[in-house]
Design a protein around this ligand. Sequence first.
Ligand code: SF4
Length: 493
Amino acid sequence: MNKAEVLLTSDRTLMSNYHNNEFVGFGACAPPNFIPEWFYSFLFFPPIKTINGVPSAAPYGLRKVEAQLLKEGFHVVTVGPEYIGEYIGEAKIIGIYAMDPFGLGPASSTFAAILKKEPYVAKYFHLLLDNPVIKKAKNKGLKIIIGGPGAWQFRFRQKFVEENAVDCIVEGEAENVIGRIFKAALDGEYVPKHYEVNVNETPSLNEIPEIVQPSINGLVEIGRGCCRGCEFCSVTLMPLRWCPYEKILREINVNQLGRISGCCLHAEDVMLYGSKNTSPDDEKLLRLHELVVKKCDGISWSHCSLAAVAAKPRLFSKIAETIRQKQPWWGTEIGIETGSPELAKKIMPAKAHPFKAEEWPQVVRIGMSMMHDNRLVPACTLIVGLPEEKEEDIIKTMELIDDLKHVRSLIVPLFFVPLGRLKSEDWFRKTELTELHRQLLFQCAEHDFYWLDNLMEMAFAGKWYMRFMKEFYRVFVGIAKRKARQIEIGVLQ
Ligand code: SF4
Protein backbone atom coordinates (compact mmCIF):
# COMPACT_ATOMS: atom_id res chain seq x y z
CA MET A 1 0.00 0.00 0.00
CA ASN A 2 1.33 3.43 -1.06
CA LYS A 3 1.72 5.48 2.16
CA ALA A 4 2.33 9.21 1.82
CA GLU A 5 3.08 12.39 3.74
CA VAL A 6 0.15 14.16 2.06
CA LEU A 7 -3.34 12.66 1.84
CA LEU A 8 -5.92 14.24 -0.42
CA THR A 9 -9.62 13.54 -0.17
CA SER A 10 -13.10 15.01 -0.32
CA ASP A 11 -16.40 14.12 1.27
CA ARG A 12 -18.62 11.27 0.14
CA THR A 13 -20.97 13.47 -1.99
CA LEU A 14 -18.03 14.57 -4.16
CA MET A 15 -16.33 11.17 -4.46
CA SER A 16 -19.02 9.77 -6.75
CA ASN A 17 -19.58 9.50 -10.48
CA TYR A 18 -23.36 10.00 -9.98
CA HIS A 19 -24.12 6.97 -12.18
CA ASN A 20 -22.08 8.63 -14.96
CA ASN A 21 -24.40 11.61 -15.08
CA GLU A 22 -23.38 14.98 -13.63
CA PHE A 23 -27.03 16.14 -13.53
CA VAL A 24 -27.79 13.36 -11.02
CA GLY A 25 -25.16 14.87 -8.71
CA PHE A 26 -27.44 17.86 -8.07
CA GLY A 27 -29.37 15.48 -5.79
CA ALA A 28 -26.63 15.94 -3.17
CA CYS A 29 -27.69 19.59 -2.77
CA ALA A 30 -31.01 18.44 -1.28
CA PRO A 31 -31.46 17.79 2.44
CA PRO A 32 -32.47 14.39 3.87
CA ASN A 33 -36.07 13.79 2.84
CA PHE A 34 -38.80 11.16 2.50
CA ILE A 35 -36.36 8.62 0.94
CA PRO A 36 -34.20 6.65 3.43
CA GLU A 37 -30.69 8.03 3.41
CA TRP A 38 -28.94 4.82 2.32
CA PHE A 39 -31.21 4.58 -0.69
CA TYR A 40 -31.07 8.28 -1.53
CA SER A 41 -27.27 8.27 -1.52
CA PHE A 42 -27.28 5.16 -3.72
CA LEU A 43 -29.56 6.95 -6.21
CA PHE A 44 -27.78 10.31 -6.26
CA PHE A 45 -24.19 9.92 -5.06
CA PRO A 46 -23.09 6.27 -4.95
CA PRO A 47 -19.46 5.86 -3.77
CA ILE A 48 -16.86 5.68 -6.49
CA LYS A 49 -15.02 2.37 -7.04
CA THR A 50 -11.73 2.13 -5.17
CA ILE A 51 -8.73 -0.18 -5.14
CA ASN A 52 -7.09 -0.34 -1.71
CA GLY A 53 -9.00 2.83 -0.85
CA VAL A 54 -7.65 4.74 -3.87
CA PRO A 55 -10.55 6.02 -6.00
CA SER A 56 -10.73 5.20 -9.70
CA ALA A 57 -11.57 8.85 -10.34
CA ALA A 58 -11.68 12.01 -8.21
CA PRO A 59 -13.01 15.56 -8.53
CA TYR A 60 -11.12 17.47 -11.23
CA GLY A 61 -10.03 20.28 -8.88
CA LEU A 62 -8.54 17.75 -6.48
CA ARG A 63 -6.71 16.10 -9.37
CA LYS A 64 -5.17 19.48 -10.27
CA VAL A 65 -3.88 19.94 -6.70
CA GLU A 66 -2.57 16.36 -6.73
CA ALA A 67 -0.75 17.02 -10.04
CA GLN A 68 0.77 20.27 -8.76
CA LEU A 69 2.00 18.71 -5.51
CA LEU A 70 3.47 15.72 -7.35
CA LYS A 71 5.20 18.11 -9.77
CA GLU A 72 6.77 19.87 -6.79
CA GLY A 73 8.06 16.61 -5.37
CA PHE A 74 5.57 15.89 -2.57
CA HIS A 75 4.67 12.30 -1.80
CA VAL A 76 0.89 12.37 -2.27
CA VAL A 77 -1.95 9.87 -2.33
CA THR A 78 -5.62 10.58 -3.01
CA VAL A 79 -7.98 8.35 -1.02
CA GLY A 80 -11.73 7.81 -0.69
CA PRO A 81 -13.16 9.31 2.53
CA GLU A 82 -14.04 5.87 3.89
CA TYR A 83 -10.39 4.75 3.72
CA ILE A 84 -8.57 7.63 5.40
CA GLY A 85 -7.86 5.48 8.47
CA GLU A 86 -5.77 3.08 6.38
CA TYR A 87 -3.40 5.83 5.24
CA ILE A 88 -3.39 8.46 7.93
CA GLY A 89 -0.67 6.86 10.05
CA GLU A 90 2.13 8.21 7.83
CA ALA A 91 0.44 11.43 6.83
CA LYS A 92 1.58 14.88 7.95
CA ILE A 93 -1.09 16.81 6.05
CA ILE A 94 -4.61 16.05 4.89
CA GLY A 95 -5.81 18.23 2.02
CA ILE A 96 -9.59 18.37 1.66
CA TYR A 97 -11.42 19.52 -1.45
CA ALA A 98 -14.66 21.33 -0.58
CA MET A 99 -17.40 22.26 -3.03
CA ASP A 100 -20.21 23.45 -0.78
CA PRO A 101 -19.11 22.62 2.80
CA PHE A 102 -21.87 24.49 4.64
CA GLY A 103 -24.61 24.26 2.05
CA LEU A 104 -24.34 28.00 1.38
CA GLY A 105 -24.06 27.56 -2.40
CA PRO A 106 -27.08 28.80 -4.36
CA ALA A 107 -28.66 25.38 -5.03
CA SER A 108 -28.24 23.86 -1.57
CA SER A 109 -29.13 27.04 0.34
CA THR A 110 -32.35 27.33 -1.65
CA PHE A 111 -33.31 23.70 -0.95
CA ALA A 112 -32.29 24.07 2.71
CA ALA A 113 -34.32 27.26 3.18
CA ILE A 114 -37.43 25.66 1.71
CA LEU A 115 -37.11 22.26 3.43
CA LYS A 116 -35.54 23.71 6.62
CA LYS A 117 -32.74 21.13 6.89
CA GLU A 118 -29.00 20.95 6.30
CA PRO A 119 -28.30 19.60 2.77
CA TYR A 120 -26.41 16.35 2.19
CA VAL A 121 -23.37 18.21 0.83
CA ALA A 122 -22.92 19.93 4.20
CA LYS A 123 -23.84 16.89 6.24
CA TYR A 124 -21.18 14.71 4.61
CA PHE A 125 -18.55 17.44 4.79
CA HIS A 126 -19.11 17.65 8.56
CA LEU A 127 -19.03 13.86 8.87
CA LEU A 128 -15.65 13.87 7.16
CA LEU A 129 -14.20 16.42 9.62
CA ASP A 130 -15.80 14.53 12.54
CA ASN A 131 -14.04 11.30 11.55
CA PRO A 132 -12.34 10.07 14.77
CA VAL A 133 -9.23 8.96 12.87
CA ILE A 134 -8.70 12.52 11.67
CA LYS A 135 -9.29 13.88 15.19
CA LYS A 136 -6.78 11.40 16.61
CA ALA A 137 -4.17 12.21 13.97
CA LYS A 138 -4.81 15.91 14.53
CA ASN A 139 -3.89 15.49 18.18
CA LYS A 140 -0.62 13.95 17.01
CA GLY A 141 0.20 16.94 14.77
CA LEU A 142 -1.64 16.31 11.47
CA LYS A 143 -2.27 19.56 9.54
CA ILE A 144 -5.63 20.14 7.86
CA ILE A 145 -5.67 22.27 4.71
CA ILE A 146 -8.92 22.88 2.84
CA GLY A 147 -9.48 24.35 -0.62
CA GLY A 148 -11.83 24.14 -3.58
CA PRO A 149 -14.71 26.17 -5.00
CA GLY A 150 -16.47 26.23 -1.59
CA ALA A 151 -13.49 27.74 0.31
CA TRP A 152 -15.20 31.18 0.46
CA GLN A 153 -17.85 29.72 2.78
CA PHE A 154 -15.36 29.40 5.66
CA ARG A 155 -15.27 33.21 5.93
CA PHE A 156 -18.81 32.87 7.30
CA ARG A 157 -17.96 29.93 9.61
CA GLN A 158 -14.92 31.03 11.62
CA LYS A 159 -16.16 29.13 14.67
CA PHE A 160 -16.13 25.87 12.71
CA VAL A 161 -12.54 26.54 11.60
CA GLU A 162 -11.49 27.04 15.23
CA GLU A 163 -13.47 24.11 16.64
CA ASN A 164 -12.06 21.70 14.07
CA ALA A 165 -8.54 23.14 14.29
CA VAL A 166 -8.35 23.65 10.53
CA ASP A 167 -4.85 24.98 9.79
CA CYS A 168 -5.41 26.73 6.49
CA ILE A 169 -8.16 27.52 4.00
CA VAL A 170 -6.96 28.26 0.46
CA GLU A 171 -9.36 30.29 -1.65
CA GLY A 172 -8.88 30.74 -5.40
CA GLU A 173 -6.78 29.17 -8.18
CA ALA A 174 -4.10 27.58 -6.03
CA GLU A 175 -1.48 26.17 -8.43
CA ASN A 176 1.12 28.87 -7.75
CA VAL A 177 0.74 28.90 -3.96
CA ILE A 178 -0.23 25.41 -2.86
CA GLY A 179 3.32 23.97 -2.84
CA ARG A 180 4.58 26.85 -0.68
CA ILE A 181 1.72 26.40 1.81
CA PHE A 182 2.12 22.61 2.05
CA LYS A 183 5.90 22.95 2.43
CA ALA A 184 5.50 25.46 5.27
CA ALA A 185 2.97 23.17 6.96
CA LEU A 186 5.31 20.16 6.63
CA ASP A 187 8.23 22.14 8.02
CA GLY A 188 6.19 23.37 10.96
CA GLU A 189 6.41 26.98 9.77
CA TYR A 190 3.70 29.64 9.87
CA VAL A 191 0.72 29.06 7.57
CA PRO A 192 -2.05 31.66 7.32
CA LYS A 193 -5.51 30.60 8.53
CA HIS A 194 -7.14 31.90 5.34
CA TYR A 195 -5.15 32.42 2.16
CA GLU A 196 -6.93 34.22 -0.66
CA VAL A 197 -5.02 33.84 -3.95
CA ASN A 198 -4.70 37.28 -5.50
CA VAL A 199 -4.93 38.03 -9.23
CA ASN A 200 -1.10 38.33 -9.57
CA GLU A 201 -0.74 34.77 -8.28
CA THR A 202 -3.27 33.36 -10.77
CA PRO A 203 -1.51 30.69 -12.84
CA SER A 204 -0.81 31.24 -16.52
CA LEU A 205 -1.67 28.41 -18.93
CA ASN A 206 1.83 26.98 -18.69
CA GLU A 207 1.64 26.98 -14.92
CA ILE A 208 -1.53 24.87 -14.82
CA PRO A 209 -0.41 21.22 -14.53
CA GLU A 210 -2.11 18.39 -16.39
CA ILE A 211 -3.97 15.83 -14.32
CA VAL A 212 -2.12 12.54 -13.84
CA GLN A 213 -5.05 10.42 -12.62
CA PRO A 214 -8.63 10.22 -13.95
CA SER A 215 -11.23 12.84 -13.14
CA ILE A 216 -14.84 12.08 -12.33
CA ASN A 217 -16.93 11.59 -15.46
CA GLY A 218 -13.97 12.52 -17.63
CA LEU A 219 -14.16 16.22 -16.84
CA VAL A 220 -11.43 18.12 -18.65
CA GLU A 221 -10.82 21.84 -18.46
CA ILE A 222 -10.63 23.65 -21.79
CA GLY A 223 -10.30 27.14 -20.34
CA ARG A 224 -10.56 29.38 -17.27
CA GLY A 225 -12.08 32.79 -16.67
CA CYS A 226 -14.92 34.64 -18.36
CA CYS A 227 -15.06 38.01 -20.06
CA ARG A 228 -18.75 38.82 -19.49
CA GLY A 229 -18.27 40.58 -16.14
CA CYS A 230 -21.54 39.74 -14.32
CA GLU A 231 -21.63 41.58 -11.00
CA PHE A 232 -22.62 38.53 -8.91
CA CYS A 233 -19.88 36.20 -10.19
CA SER A 234 -16.34 35.68 -8.89
CA VAL A 235 -15.09 33.78 -11.98
CA THR A 236 -15.17 36.96 -14.01
CA LEU A 237 -12.51 38.57 -11.80
CA MET A 238 -9.93 36.10 -13.18
CA PRO A 239 -8.11 36.42 -16.54
CA LEU A 240 -9.38 34.49 -19.56
CA ARG A 241 -7.18 31.54 -20.64
CA TRP A 242 -7.87 28.79 -23.20
CA CYS A 243 -5.98 25.47 -23.16
CA PRO A 244 -4.40 24.29 -26.42
CA TYR A 245 -5.84 21.16 -28.09
CA GLU A 246 -2.79 19.07 -27.16
CA LYS A 247 -3.19 19.76 -23.45
CA ILE A 248 -6.90 18.88 -23.59
CA LEU A 249 -6.24 15.67 -25.52
CA ARG A 250 -3.49 14.59 -23.12
CA GLU A 251 -5.88 14.94 -20.17
CA ILE A 252 -8.51 12.93 -22.09
CA ASN A 253 -5.81 10.25 -22.54
CA VAL A 254 -5.31 10.13 -18.76
CA ASN A 255 -9.04 9.54 -18.30
CA GLN A 256 -9.14 6.91 -21.03
CA LEU A 257 -6.27 5.02 -19.42
CA GLY A 258 -8.52 4.95 -16.34
CA ARG A 259 -11.34 3.49 -18.51
CA ILE A 260 -13.38 6.66 -18.67
CA SER A 261 -14.30 6.88 -22.32
CA GLY A 262 -16.57 9.95 -22.22
CA CYS A 263 -15.55 13.55 -21.72
CA CYS A 264 -17.13 16.61 -20.14
CA LEU A 265 -15.58 19.78 -21.59
CA HIS A 266 -15.28 22.30 -18.80
CA ALA A 267 -15.23 26.10 -19.19
CA GLU A 268 -17.52 28.93 -18.14
CA ASP A 269 -18.62 29.13 -21.77
CA VAL A 270 -17.59 26.23 -24.01
CA MET A 271 -18.99 28.08 -27.07
CA LEU A 272 -16.27 30.73 -26.64
CA TYR A 273 -13.36 28.26 -26.79
CA GLY A 274 -10.28 30.03 -28.18
CA SER A 275 -12.02 33.42 -28.46
CA LYS A 276 -10.71 36.65 -26.90
CA ASN A 277 -14.15 38.24 -26.69
CA THR A 278 -17.84 37.27 -26.65
CA SER A 279 -17.93 36.15 -30.27
CA PRO A 280 -17.26 32.42 -30.85
CA ASP A 281 -14.20 31.49 -32.91
CA ASP A 282 -15.73 29.15 -35.53
CA GLU A 283 -12.54 27.46 -36.58
CA LYS A 284 -11.18 26.71 -33.12
CA LEU A 285 -14.52 25.57 -31.71
CA LEU A 286 -15.19 23.22 -34.62
CA ARG A 287 -11.66 21.81 -34.58
CA LEU A 288 -11.88 21.15 -30.84
CA HIS A 289 -15.13 19.24 -31.29
CA GLU A 290 -13.89 17.23 -34.25
CA LEU A 291 -10.86 16.14 -32.22
CA VAL A 292 -12.79 15.33 -29.05
CA VAL A 293 -15.68 13.54 -30.77
CA LYS A 294 -13.21 11.39 -32.71
CA LYS A 295 -11.41 10.43 -29.51
CA CYS A 296 -14.27 9.99 -27.03
CA ASP A 297 -17.40 7.85 -26.78
CA GLY A 298 -19.55 10.62 -25.37
CA ILE A 299 -19.35 14.34 -24.77
CA SER A 300 -21.03 16.91 -22.56
CA TRP A 301 -20.37 20.56 -21.72
CA SER A 302 -20.13 21.98 -18.23
CA HIS A 303 -21.45 25.47 -19.13
CA CYS A 304 -22.28 27.58 -22.13
CA SER A 305 -23.95 30.92 -22.79
CA LEU A 306 -27.22 31.56 -24.56
CA ALA A 307 -25.82 34.69 -26.21
CA ALA A 308 -23.04 32.79 -28.01
CA VAL A 309 -25.56 30.20 -29.26
CA ALA A 310 -28.01 32.89 -30.44
CA ALA A 311 -25.21 34.93 -32.06
CA LYS A 312 -23.91 32.05 -34.21
CA PRO A 313 -26.83 29.77 -35.07
CA ARG A 314 -25.12 28.12 -38.02
CA LEU A 315 -21.96 27.40 -36.07
CA PHE A 316 -24.00 25.98 -33.19
CA SER A 317 -25.89 23.64 -35.57
CA LYS A 318 -22.57 22.45 -37.04
CA ILE A 319 -21.21 21.71 -33.58
CA ALA A 320 -24.44 19.88 -32.73
CA GLU A 321 -24.12 17.80 -35.94
CA THR A 322 -20.55 16.91 -35.03
CA ILE A 323 -21.50 15.83 -31.51
CA ARG A 324 -24.60 13.95 -32.63
CA GLN A 325 -22.62 11.72 -34.97
CA LYS A 326 -22.03 9.60 -31.90
CA GLN A 327 -24.83 10.42 -29.45
CA PRO A 328 -28.46 11.60 -29.67
CA TRP A 329 -28.17 14.54 -27.23
CA TRP A 330 -25.83 16.25 -24.81
CA GLY A 331 -26.19 18.39 -21.70
CA THR A 332 -24.92 21.63 -20.21
CA GLU A 333 -25.61 24.19 -17.48
CA ILE A 334 -26.59 27.72 -18.38
CA GLY A 335 -27.49 30.88 -16.49
CA ILE A 336 -30.72 32.65 -17.39
CA GLU A 337 -30.70 34.52 -14.04
CA THR A 338 -33.51 36.97 -14.86
CA GLY A 339 -36.15 37.74 -17.47
CA SER A 340 -36.03 41.44 -16.74
CA PRO A 341 -34.15 43.60 -19.29
CA GLU A 342 -33.75 46.39 -16.69
CA LEU A 343 -32.18 44.08 -14.11
CA ALA A 344 -30.02 42.41 -16.78
CA LYS A 345 -28.68 45.83 -17.74
CA LYS A 346 -27.76 46.60 -14.12
CA ILE A 347 -26.15 43.37 -12.94
CA MET A 348 -25.02 41.52 -16.08
CA PRO A 349 -24.57 44.12 -18.80
CA ALA A 350 -22.43 41.88 -21.03
CA LYS A 351 -24.28 38.57 -20.55
CA ALA A 352 -26.25 39.17 -23.78
CA HIS A 353 -23.24 40.47 -25.74
CA PRO A 354 -22.95 40.80 -28.82
CA PHE A 355 -26.65 41.69 -28.33
CA LYS A 356 -27.73 44.57 -26.12
CA ALA A 357 -28.42 43.92 -22.43
CA GLU A 358 -32.05 45.00 -22.87
CA GLU A 359 -32.48 42.28 -25.53
CA TRP A 360 -31.68 39.58 -22.95
CA PRO A 361 -35.16 37.93 -22.77
CA GLN A 362 -35.22 37.59 -26.55
CA VAL A 363 -31.67 36.18 -26.55
CA VAL A 364 -32.86 33.59 -24.01
CA ARG A 365 -35.88 32.62 -26.14
CA ILE A 366 -33.79 32.24 -29.31
CA GLY A 367 -30.89 30.42 -27.58
CA MET A 368 -33.19 28.02 -25.73
CA SER A 369 -35.22 27.19 -28.87
CA MET A 370 -32.02 26.45 -30.76
CA MET A 371 -30.82 24.18 -27.98
CA HIS A 372 -34.12 22.32 -28.08
CA ASP A 373 -34.00 21.90 -31.88
CA ASN A 374 -30.38 20.70 -31.79
CA ARG A 375 -30.90 18.43 -28.76
CA LEU A 376 -28.67 20.20 -26.27
CA VAL A 377 -30.41 19.85 -22.90
CA PRO A 378 -29.74 22.79 -20.57
CA ALA A 379 -30.06 22.85 -16.78
CA CYS A 380 -30.79 26.55 -16.28
CA THR A 381 -30.46 28.71 -13.21
CA LEU A 382 -32.50 31.76 -12.19
CA ILE A 383 -31.50 34.08 -9.36
CA VAL A 384 -34.25 34.95 -6.91
CA GLY A 385 -33.82 38.01 -4.68
CA LEU A 386 -31.13 39.90 -6.61
CA PRO A 387 -30.31 43.30 -5.07
CA GLU A 388 -32.63 45.96 -6.52
CA GLU A 389 -35.09 43.32 -7.77
CA LYS A 390 -38.63 44.76 -8.06
CA GLU A 391 -42.03 43.12 -8.54
CA GLU A 392 -42.07 44.00 -12.24
CA ASP A 393 -38.71 42.19 -12.66
CA ILE A 394 -40.16 38.99 -11.16
CA ILE A 395 -43.22 39.26 -13.43
CA LYS A 396 -40.97 39.57 -16.48
CA THR A 397 -39.04 36.47 -15.38
CA MET A 398 -42.33 34.59 -15.00
CA GLU A 399 -43.41 35.65 -18.49
CA LEU A 400 -40.11 34.42 -19.88
CA ILE A 401 -40.40 31.04 -18.13
CA ASP A 402 -43.89 30.73 -19.55
CA ASP A 403 -42.47 31.23 -23.06
CA LEU A 404 -39.94 28.43 -22.44
CA LYS A 405 -42.60 25.77 -21.78
CA HIS A 406 -41.83 24.02 -25.06
CA VAL A 407 -38.07 23.83 -24.39
CA ARG A 408 -36.70 20.52 -23.10
CA SER A 409 -34.83 21.76 -20.03
CA LEU A 410 -34.63 22.01 -16.26
CA ILE A 411 -35.06 25.46 -14.71
CA VAL A 412 -33.81 25.85 -11.15
CA PRO A 413 -34.47 29.03 -9.16
CA LEU A 414 -31.66 29.85 -6.71
CA PHE A 415 -31.64 32.39 -3.89
CA PHE A 416 -29.15 35.20 -4.37
CA VAL A 417 -25.76 34.56 -2.73
CA PRO A 418 -23.43 37.59 -2.41
CA LEU A 419 -20.35 36.76 -4.49
CA GLY A 420 -18.13 38.58 -7.01
CA ARG A 421 -18.54 42.36 -6.94
CA LEU A 422 -21.75 41.95 -4.90
CA LYS A 423 -19.82 40.29 -2.04
CA SER A 424 -20.85 43.01 0.42
CA GLU A 425 -24.60 42.77 -0.36
CA ASP A 426 -27.02 41.00 2.00
CA TRP A 427 -27.96 37.35 1.60
CA PHE A 428 -31.46 36.62 0.38
CA ARG A 429 -33.45 34.66 2.96
CA LYS A 430 -36.55 32.56 2.78
CA THR A 431 -38.35 35.01 5.04
CA GLU A 432 -38.04 37.59 2.27
CA LEU A 433 -39.91 35.39 -0.24
CA THR A 434 -42.89 37.30 -1.60
CA GLU A 435 -46.05 35.79 -3.03
CA LEU A 436 -44.66 36.39 -6.52
CA HIS A 437 -41.39 34.64 -5.65
CA ARG A 438 -43.38 31.63 -4.48
CA GLN A 439 -45.38 31.55 -7.70
CA LEU A 440 -42.11 31.69 -9.66
CA LEU A 441 -40.71 28.77 -7.64
CA PHE A 442 -43.81 26.67 -8.33
CA GLN A 443 -43.80 27.66 -12.00
CA CYS A 444 -40.23 26.33 -12.30
CA ALA A 445 -41.17 23.12 -10.40
CA GLU A 446 -44.07 22.55 -12.83
CA HIS A 447 -41.77 23.13 -15.80
CA ASP A 448 -39.25 20.61 -14.46
CA PHE A 449 -41.83 17.96 -13.60
CA TYR A 450 -43.27 18.30 -17.10
CA TRP A 451 -39.88 17.54 -18.70
CA LEU A 452 -38.40 15.06 -16.20
CA ASP A 453 -39.94 11.93 -17.71
CA ASN A 454 -38.66 12.80 -21.14
CA LEU A 455 -35.21 13.62 -19.75
CA MET A 456 -35.01 10.32 -17.86
CA GLU A 457 -35.89 8.42 -21.05
CA MET A 458 -33.09 10.20 -22.88
CA ALA A 459 -30.53 9.89 -20.09
CA PHE A 460 -31.05 6.18 -19.53
CA ALA A 461 -31.68 5.02 -23.12
CA GLY A 462 -29.48 2.11 -24.18
CA LYS A 463 -28.11 1.32 -20.71
CA TRP A 464 -29.57 -2.00 -19.61
CA TYR A 465 -28.78 -1.58 -15.90
CA MET A 466 -30.40 1.82 -15.91
CA ARG A 467 -33.79 0.33 -16.87
CA PHE A 468 -34.21 -0.64 -13.21
CA MET A 469 -32.70 2.56 -11.88
CA LYS A 470 -35.08 4.57 -14.03
CA GLU A 471 -38.03 3.07 -12.19
CA PHE A 472 -36.57 4.16 -8.83
CA TYR A 473 -35.99 7.71 -10.06
CA ARG A 474 -39.53 7.70 -11.46
CA VAL A 475 -40.99 6.78 -8.07
CA PHE A 476 -38.85 9.49 -6.42
CA VAL A 477 -39.99 12.13 -8.92
CA GLY A 478 -43.62 10.99 -8.50
CA ILE A 479 -43.49 11.45 -4.72
CA ALA A 480 -41.60 14.77 -5.00
CA LYS A 481 -44.21 16.00 -7.51
CA ARG A 482 -47.09 15.07 -5.16
CA LYS A 483 -45.39 16.74 -2.18
CA ALA A 484 -44.60 19.91 -4.16
CA ARG A 485 -48.22 20.14 -5.35
CA GLN A 486 -49.53 19.71 -1.79
CA ILE A 487 -47.29 22.60 -0.64
CA GLU A 488 -48.30 24.63 -3.69
CA ILE A 489 -52.03 24.20 -3.02
CA GLY A 490 -51.50 25.03 0.67
CA VAL A 491 -49.49 28.16 -0.07
CA LEU A 492 -51.59 29.54 -2.89
CA GLN A 493 -54.96 29.00 -1.20
S1 SF4 B 1 -21.39 34.66 -17.86
FE1 SF4 B 1 -21.35 33.19 -16.17
S2 SF4 B 1 -19.19 32.85 -15.70
FE2 SF4 B 1 -19.32 34.68 -16.96
S3 SF4 B 1 -19.35 36.37 -15.51
FE3 SF4 B 1 -21.49 35.87 -15.99
S4 SF4 B 1 -22.12 34.36 -14.44
FE4 SF4 B 1 -19.86 34.50 -14.40
